[in-house]
Ligand binder design. Structure first.
Ligand code: HEM
Length: 267
């Protein structure tokens, strides 16, 4: 090969190295296609999430009159402004069912009182305690587990946009107060468990402590003491771990040894 030919060959090779080869091109195309596919998938997922959110927001809103018309073939009821389809349980909610008075309305108060008069079958909870209201909220969670929730009732608990009203946030406040009270009570009972107690005509009442009394399992027994609960304004018997504990809240039972695990209560 002449020197000229050698130079030409060398130049051709270097040109070939600079320009893209067919395989590089196809790799590049795959990257582009993959990128577009990923973009498309994430766009579709995003749209579906937005649609889902919108459909949650688009929950059906009922007026009291509309709800009232669902007491025959389709059976709907509301509790605390949440509307449920209870058609699957005609034995309770049809015109011959045992709880027919709850159908077609929000009779939240009746879930506490158990009555069927107009005063009971209302969503007005005026005068009820936090505990009563938390009990009614318990029924709401029962329906949420048991039946399809299909909308909200415009009125006391939701406005015409389906936004919760102050009445509904008051209900949630009562529920939270009761939740905290229960947690506090559970903590108290771990430290000072309830006594066992029994009453018989001949022997009267007796209280006693065991390692399981009050359903609180523990590696100690304790001694019975009188405890006045200022929140419920009632007295009850609690098991105190150390018989010699000087705690003004707990008082000894009369005529009962301070170290005895059992006391007879004399009226
Ligand atoms: C405040 C009082 C009460 C209220 C608000 C109430 C409410 C209800 C409701 C709404 C249901 C239907 C549950 C469902 O949809 O599955 C139900 C079922 C039932 N209730 Fe009551 N109830 C009350 C008191 C009582 C009492 C005192 C008894 C018994 C003497 C009783 C016995 C029953 C029975 C046996 C069922 C059927 C349970 C089942 O088949 O799963 N209820 N109650």
């Amino acid at each position: 090969m002449s020197t000229k030919d050698k130079n030409n060959k060398a130049r051709d090779e270097s040109v070939n190295q600079l320009s893209p080869t067919p395989s590089f091109l196809s790799n590049y195309k795959w990257w582009l296609v993959s990128f577009i596919v990923i973009l498309l998938i994430s766009f579709i997922i995003q749209r579906q999430t937005v649609d889902k959110k919108n459909s949650i927001k688009k929950e059906r809103l009922f007026t009291p009159d509309e709800l009232q018309s669902y007491t025959k073939d389709e059976l709907y009821l509301a509790i605390l402004g949440h509307v449920f389809n209870v058609t699957s349980a005609p034995q309770f909610y049809s015109s011959t069912g045992s709880y027919k008075f709850f159908t077609g309305r929000d009779a939240a108060r009746g879930f506490h009182t158990g009555g069927t008069s107009a005063e009971d079958l209302t969503d007005d909870l005026t005068g009820l305690t936090d505990e009563d209201i938390a009990g009614i909220y318990g029924w709401l969670t029962f329906y949420q587990k048991q039946y399809p929730q299909i909308g909200k009732l415009i009125g006391r608990y939701f406005d015409s946009n389906g936004t919760p009203t102050e009445h509904f946030s008051n209900v949630l406040t009562s529920v939270n107060i009761m939740k905290k009270k229960k947690e506090e009570q559970a903590r108290f009972e771990q430290q000072w468990p309830p006594c066992n107690s029994e009453w018989s005509h001949d022997a009267g009442k007796r209280v006693w402590c065991t390692e399981k009394s009050g359903g609180i399992e523990r590696p100690w027994t304790g001694v019975p003491r009188r405890y006045f609960d200022s929140s419920t304004k009632t007295e009850r018997c609690v098991c105190v771990k150390n018989a010699d504990q000087q705690d003004g809240r707990f008082r000894q039972y009369e005529d009962c040894s301070p170290t005895s695990i059992e006391c007879k209560i004399l009226d």
